[in-house]
Design a protein around this ligand. Structure first.
Ligand code: AMP
Ligand code: ZN
Length: 141
């Protein structure tokens, strides 16, 4: 599949690129949530985090760690919220993995990641932990 981010990676669609290596490209979001809002994407099209190769994942997160400080400093921010919408149900609008790095300031009115979710009845933590460990044990790798 070829998507808008694939076209940015290929240089077919203009973008304000801030970092590029063989496996990863980072560019400014066209509709920024704050000045300095950067998207970091794997060069190869992959829709979801769980489909990244190990090498692509390592390169992607290495780029995030390289960018977090410079992005924050370039706009004089106090911190960054770093997040991934992973799948249609989460509000992912571009089906190519992308890490949002959004500079934050004291009192900017945005919430933490916890603000996304309403609290409500939950399954017991131990039960859910067992279910996840079971899935990991049953997976191919
Ligand atoms: P998400 O909702 O997590 O899928 O975020 C997709 C992001 O991509 C949004 O913040 C958009 O503003 C951004 N976006 C979409 N098209 C472009 C583009 N051509 N260049 C830069 N950012 C884009
Ligand atoms: Zn793509």
């Amino acid at each position: 599949m070829i998507c808008i981010f694939c076209r940015i990676v290929a240089g077919e669609v203009p973008a304000e690129v801030v970092l590029r290596d063989a496996a990863t490209v980072a560019f400014l979001d066209v509709s920024p949530l704050a000045d300095g809002h950067v998207l970091v994407v794997p060069a190869a099209h992959v829709a979801r985090v769980e489909d990244l190769t190990e090498d692509a994942a390592v390169s992607l997160f290495r780029a995030v760690t390289r960018l977090a400080g410079p992005v924050r400093a370039a706009v004089g921010a106090a911190g960054t919220t770093i997040g991934i919408n992973n799948g249609d149900a989460t509000g992912q609008t571009v089906p190519h993995v992308h890490v949002h790095i959004v500079p934050r300031r004291e009192g900017d009115g945005a919430s933490s990641v916890h603000g996304i979710f309403r609290s409500g009845p939950r399954r017991p933590v131990a039960e859910v932990g067992m279910a996840i460990r079971g899935r990991i044990a049953g997976s191919a790798d």
